[in-house]
Each structure stands twice: as structure tokens, then as C-alpha cells.
Design a protein around this ligand. Sequence first.
Ligand code: UDP
Length: 370
Amino acid sequence: MHEPRSIAVVTGSRADYGLLLPVIEAIDRSPGLRMHLVATGSHYHSRTPTIREIRDRWSDLVEAPGSINSSDSMRAHADSFFGIGIDLLDAFDRCDPGIVVVLGDRAEMLAAATAATLSGRQVAHIHGGDRAEGIADESLRSAVSRLAHIHLAASEQSAERLERTGEDPRRIHIVGSPAIDGLLAVPPMSDSDHAELGKPRIAFLMHPTGRDPVIESSEATGILEACRSVGQTVALAPNTDPGRSGIMDGIESAGFRPIEHMDRRRFLGLLRKVDLLVGNSSCGLIEAAAIGLRVLNLGPRQSGRERGSNVVSLEHWSDRDLAEAMSGAIEAGRCMDPHPWGDGRSGTRIAGILEGVDLEVPGYAKLNTY
Ligand code: UDP
């Protein structure tokens, strides 16, 4: 009887934790795998201290808090990136995984992939090969792919891109996006919870894109005023990226009280209840497609990412464009057209691959195919 293969799954923010949960649970259920959850990054941020939620659920959590600089400048983000790398290295020493699982394009995932590969561990990367401009998202995602030994691509196009960038096809598996696992089983928010939020028809979720906070602020105010002219709106607070304070000011200037954080189930319940999502979150392009929610996707943050017909995108806009696009999307109603993100069984598929993959072929040392 073989020892179970030791796997560390790294979560660095609420955004990846919800997506990783079906993967974490499937690894945890697999008799051939031993799951270690490693928490870092903005879970420890005082505004969204999701670390408590995670500690309650996973008693043997491996913690790698790094040092959080509370300023939202780019310099502060770079600072915390280097601190996190050291803490992750210590965390890997403690749980000694053979494979480290990372997801997406955040700086803490690059720190984890670097720490893992330099300490002789294999890296498995979920959602590699996607595109999305973000602040430095495209560069960070592709840097993680260069370090990864096992690619767990969310779509066929993402897998093709990985191959085009010289990744060995034997390392690439198309698994779908774990973001959509179990989504249709989450019930819409209850009428009483919905009433507590003021019965919104529109949810607003806009993250900063690295611009001057004054610009972020006035843009957010303008969008929310257009939302208000179309229907009752609930504004969710942005993530902790540089420029966050600008978006928060903009929400408040438009007269809204931002909701700092909803747990993922409640958040998904809200998406199942409202008629429209406005902003630039990845969940507008991924989760929303699986539940048929209409989305008005604004600005460059998601540029290049695949999208279904539930999404209308505007790079630039006037107040009138916004109101027209929002009314049109709401009138069109739910949209269950096909999307590229798989069949909602990504978590078990990933656990199966991690259990069965032969780590000797093609091996730890990478040789690109170009
Ligand atoms: N999310 C959440 N509660 C919130 C807002 C977001 O649980 O109040 C989670 C949810 O799982 C969502 C994910 O964060 O799918 C990604 O959203 P976000 O817009 O923060 O991140 P992005 O991927 O666009 O950087």
C-alpha cells in the first residue's frame, strides 16, 4: 500500500478560496491524496478577514500570513509579495507536499509557485492559459504557467494557448473551471435576505485597475448613478488591489453603503436573485455564464478573457450608453447559452489527475517545446 501523495493547495484571497473549495474538498476525499491547505495573502487583511472562516472549517490549516502593508499602493503590494514567498517556503517545509496547487494570476500565486519549484516540488496550476488584462494579471498568470509542471486548463482555448507558449502537451489537462462546480445547487437568496438588501435588481462589483484613485472614484460614481437610474442596486466593495480607496470613495459619493464581504454562498445566492451584474469581476465572465446571469462588463480589466453571450462589454462609455446597455440586458432576461467553462465537475477531475499523474514523466525539470 502506497503512502497517500501529499498535496498543498494555496489560497491567497476570498476570490480564489471559493473557486478552490470544490478542488480542496475533492482532494480531501481522495484516499490516495493527503490535503494540506495553506492560507496566505489578503485572507489576513483586516477588511476581509476570511481567515476566520477558513480556520473554522480546516482545523489543520497551514498558515503563511506574510506581512500585510495596509496601504493600497503598488509598492506596498510588491513588499507583501516578497514577505509571502518566505512564509510560504516555511509552510511547505512544515507540510512537505510533493505537489503544490495554485490558481490564477495573483502575485501570491507566483510567490507560491516560485517557492515550490525552488524547493524541488512540482507545481499544478489551475486556470493557466486564460487571458485578462487586470493590473499585471496577464504577466503574472503566464509567469506562473512557466513555472508549472501540471497545467489544469479551464477551457480548450486556454489549453491551446499554453501549448503555443511552449508547454509540453503531456503536461496539459483540460478540466473546466472549478468556479462553476455545484453552482446550480446553490439556491437564490431568500426573499427576506433580498428585502434586507433593498430588493436589488442590479449588483455592482468593480475592482481597481491601477489608475489614480481620483479617476477610479469618479468612474465608480458615474456607473452607480447610471445603475440607480435603471433599477435598485446593491454595491459590493472592491478587492484589496492598488486603487481600492478610489473605488470605495466613488461608491460612497454616489450615496451607496458598500458591502465589504459576503460569504461565497450568499454572494452566489445574490447573483442567482438579481437580473444584472455590473462591473469588471471575473465572476461576470465565469460563474455568471453558468447561472445565466446577464452582465455589463466595463473597462479593460477582463480584456482578452473568453466570454459567453450573457456578457455585454464596453471599453468606453457615456452615461447614456450605460443606461441603455443595462436596460437592454435586463429586458433580455436570463441566458443559458453554451459557455467555455466545462461541465461543473472540475474538482473531482483535478483530484483524479493529481492522484494518477506520473511525476517522473515528463518530470520535474522542464524543457519547453519551442
Ligand atoms: N466573492 C465573495 N464575496 C464577495 C465578493 C466576491 O465570495 O463579496 C468571491 C466569489 O467567489 C467570486 C470571487 O470572489 O467568484 C471572485 O470575485 P472578485 O470579483 O473578487 O475577483 P476577480 O477574480 O475578478 O479578481
